[in-house]
Design a protein around this ligand. Structure first.
Ligand SMILES: Nc1ncnc2c1ncn2[C@@H]1O[C@H](COP(=O)(O)OP(=O)(O)OP(=O)(O)O)[C@@H](O)[C@H]1O
Ligand SMILES: [Mg+2]
Length: 329
């Protein structure tokens, strides 16, 4: 029962459900409602002295704990693949809350990498910094493909369809419009490029990379998760146009890793504003994109700072997505 677990998450907090430190403590909740320290409370960067850095992504700082990883979602935001120097208040906490929710929501479909969080090994100050934005996970062997599922025709899939009538080798009916809902969701994997953009691959290519059995499992599980989650989100006014999953193996078991169904790993659209036939506004990043598109910036680093009103509007959209999906009033 997803609704039950949402309410438990919301009212009794993370500690009881997963043992994650400080999730939804009173202070954090007030901040989420925008009452205290909204603009000041931004974590752009973490530098945990006692831990070894595993990787700094565009948004997350990941620390190596031997057989585990500590994934810390900062308030960094990227646009056009470039990290913006301004942070978005609460973004890291929202990404973490959403991932935790969806991992729980999808447990009946597949296991995931989460382990109950205890940060007692960190000094008090660092624990406070991580409040609500950390996940402790099993270190898995990542399967080096991005498992993309698309329910709507957008982005690189729209481009590929226009020139070839198919997406990742999947033939689609003629005459589809941009952003149109597909007859059924499709699985369009891509390679995980170390540098540059990921490259779409066909299912045959995926089979060559990971083997036929695992390829089938990845497709089946990805489509199942998408169907369950997109149905849930749509009832709350959010269209999940497409999303990306990552999987890993741990002692032979396939599990979901990374983040799950966040605005950073998915395209969220507002159901009310949805209008096929054109590019859709992004639920969360549109203010940032519109602002940056209005500047004479060539979309290469360094990116410009965002003005306070763009930061606030964007933070509001992230909060709205989170509140809708987690049934917070
Ligand atoms: N449980 C796990 N075990 C091992 N590796 C993991 C696990 N969870 C996530 N990862 C890996 O950690 C990395 C996270 O990096 P991150 O997503 O922050 O940066 P990125 O993918 O390089 O860039 P971007 O910021 O665009 O997402 C990914 O390579 C992901 O596959
Ligand atoms: Mg990533």
């Amino acid at each position: 029962m997803p609704d039950q677990s949402v309410k438990r998450l919301d009212r009794t907090g993370r500690i009881e459900l997963w043992g994650h430190f400080g999730y939804n403590s009173g202070r954090c909740r007030n901040k989420e409602r925008g009452k205290i320290g909204k603009m000041k409370d931004v974590v752009l960067n973490t530098d945990l002295k006692s831990l070894k850095l595993f990787k700094r992504g565009k948004v997350r700082d990941i620390y190596d704990l031997g057989d585990k990883l500590l994934i810390v979602a900062t308030d960094r935001i990227s646009a056009f693949d470039v990290v913006i120097p301004s942070g978005i208040p609460q973004k890291g906490r929202i990404l973490t809350a959403l991932s935790l929710f969806w991992f729980d929501f999808c447990q009946d479909i597949i296991a995931n990498h989460l382990i109950p969080l205890s940060l007692t090994f960190l000094p008090e100050q660092e624990r406070k910094l991580l409040e609500g934005r950390a996940m402790l996970v099993k270190k898995a062997n990542p399967i080096l493909v991005e498992c993309v599922v698309r329910g709507y025709l957008s982005g690189s899939a729209w481009k590929e369809y226009q020139s070839q009538g198919s997406v990742c080798g999947i033939k689609l009916p003629p005459g589809l419009q941009e952003a149109e809902k597909l007859p059924e969701p499709i699985f369009t994997p891509s390679t995980k490029a170390q540098t540059g953009h990921d490259v779409n691959i066909t299912f045959d290519e995926l089979q060559n990379l990971v083997g036929a059995e695992l390829a089938s499992k990845l497709r089946q599980v990805s489509l199942k998760i998408y169907l369950k989650a997109s149905d849930y989100a749509e009832k709350r006014g959010i269209i999940i146009a497409d999303t990306k999953f990552e999987f890993g193996t741990d002692e032979g078991e396939v599990m979901l890793i990374d983040e799950l169904l966040t605005p950073d790993s998915s395209r969220f659209w507002s159901k009310e504003e949805y209008e096929p036939g054109k590019s859709q506004p992004s639920f969360d990043k549109q203010f940032v994109r519109d602002y940056l598109n209005g500047l004479k910036w060539d979309k290469t680093p360094p990116a410009p700072e965002l003005p306070p009103e763009v930061i606030e509007e964007t933070s509001k959209k992230y909060r709205e997505a989170c509140n809708r999906l987690l049934d917070r009033g």
